[in-house]
Design a protein around this ligand. Structure first.
Ligand code: GAL
Length: 422
């Protein structure tokens, strides 16, 4: 099965897909309605930037939201809307989910907009691979988040006499110091995507870029060498000892708050934490620090937020075109990503306005784009299709939660990935 929709969702969607043109054409309106999952403080500030840019052009702007990136909750809510004939103009989408929407034939072709804006020339290759389906643009990328980062509370880091960890042993040393000082060393939340985000940083640190590409992007079974996987899961087991109690009840942004308040030393998370901290008025080097995850310097695991456009929305063509043009506009991408904490989704946006973490992220993206070390995040569905992603989620989350041991995790990961591509 190419597209693992819940069974009832297929029942709802198929008649709609098949009816196609036979559907009564919705009344067209010069208005934009988007659907997204940005509900945390920093994320809401990012939506406000989009609203301002749209309204500045005199286009009425409406939005609907459903929290839960990296979970089925968001996708299910969007599928229900589309099936009920209430498709928004455009919806936030990431990674291979974009291709799954395209495969259903529900998305607008954006080739003309892309040609006019020369998207081919400015969007990093790894992102274009997800924005295009069968060679045609079907999504507009608005940023390039990166996941293999650590975010630290600077006051606590100084108090415990921390040093920037270069390799694995330095990281463990730092986590030990935090524990000895009575704070949670490593804050994390409950969702499987968060666990997998930690896993992918550890995995690329152990195996390197070539291993990551072959194992998780190209899904080559022989790349999943048991000894190597065992080293990765051993490191994950080591980290389990530093998570502190209660992570099973926490969301990613509650974990971010623990770092902000100094209850935890650090969080391994995407650059959206930069957005959360900026939204609170915090600054790099003053209240917080950002370090690449040890052993992954030079590697940019990305998660690009994109918007897909629905053929069946009520917005008319001028409104849709205006939105697509805004989303790829360099000034919009600068303003937006000052709020999101990400790098812009095009490589030609000047970096001067960004904070120190933002500038490093932009530099890493440009450098990595040349070295082919910009690779999709497994956790955020930018590396492989959702069947494979969810197979990895299950093993990683079961292992981090202590339900299976290192050796079981190795076997289950090999089997889970192999089964997912059969
Ligand atoms: C990601 C998204 C980010 C941020 C994060 C946490 O999927 O790309 O922009 O929203 O989820 O919600």
């Amino acid at each position: 099965m190419p597209f693992p929709l819940p069974r009832n969702a297929w029942r709802l969607l198929l008649p709609l897909v098949l009816a196609g043109a036979a559907q009564a054409a919705p009344a067209q309106r010069y208005e934009i309605e988007i659907f997204h999952w940005w509900v945390s403080g920093g994320e809401r500030a990012s939506i406000d930037v989009l609203r301002a840019h749209v309204e500045r052009q005199g286009i009425p702007f409406r939005e609907g939201a459903q929290a839960g990136s990296g979970t089925a909750r968001y996708g299910d809510a969007l599928r229900r809307r589309v099936a009920a004939g209430r498709a928004p103009t455009a919806a936030q989408s990431i990674g291979y989910d974009i291709h799954e929407w395209a495969r259903l034939g529900l998305l607008e072709n954006l080739d003309e907009m892309a040609a006019a804006g020369e998207w081919d020339k400015v969007v990093p290759n790894g992102i274009q691979h997800l924005s295009k389906y069968r060679g045609h643009w079907v999504a507009a990328p608005i940023n390039a988040h990166s996941t293999n980062w650590m975010w630290l509370n600077k006051a606590q880091f100084d108090r415990i006499g921390g040093r920037q960890p270069d390799g694995w042993d330095d990281l463990i040393e730092l986590l030990k110091k935090a524990r000895a000082a009575g704070i949670v060393p490593l804050a994390i939340g409950r969702e499987a995507w968060e666990h997998t985000l930690l896993f992918e940083a550890v995995a690329v640190g152990v195996g390197g870029a070539e291993f990551y590409r072959r194992a998780f992007l190209q899904l080559e079974p022989e790349a999943l060498k048991p000894e190597l996987l065992l080293r990765i899961f051993r490191r994950m087991s080591q980290l389990r000892g530093y998570l502190g109690p209660g992570f099973a009840r926490r969301s990613w942004d509650q974990a971010t708050d623990m770092v902000r308040r100094g209850e935890a030393l650090l969080q391994v998370q995407g650059t959206w934490v930069n957005g959360e901290f900026s939204h609170r008025g915090l600054q790099p080097e003053r209240e917080y620090l950002c370090f690449r995850f040890p052993d992954t310097q030079g590697i940019f695991l990305f998660n690009s937020d994109q918007y897909v456009f629905f053929k069946d929305s009520r917005s008319d063509a001028p409104a849709r075109q205006a939105l697509a043009a805004i989303l790829l506009d360099p000034v919009f991408q600068r303003d937006l990503n000052l709020a999101t904490g990400a790098a812009p989704g095009r490589v030609d946006v000047p970096r001067d306005a960004f904070n120190r973490c933002g500038r490093q992220n932009i530099d890493d993206l440009r450098g990595g784009n040349m070295r082919r070390t910009v690779m999709g995040s497994v956790a955020m569905g930018n590396a492989n299709p959702s069947r494979t992603k969810t197979a990895i989620y299950k093993v990683v989350s079961d292992h981090l939660s202590g339900r299976i041991d290192d050796a079981q995790a190795v076997r289950q990961l090999q089997r889970g990935i192999a089964d997912s591509v059969r």
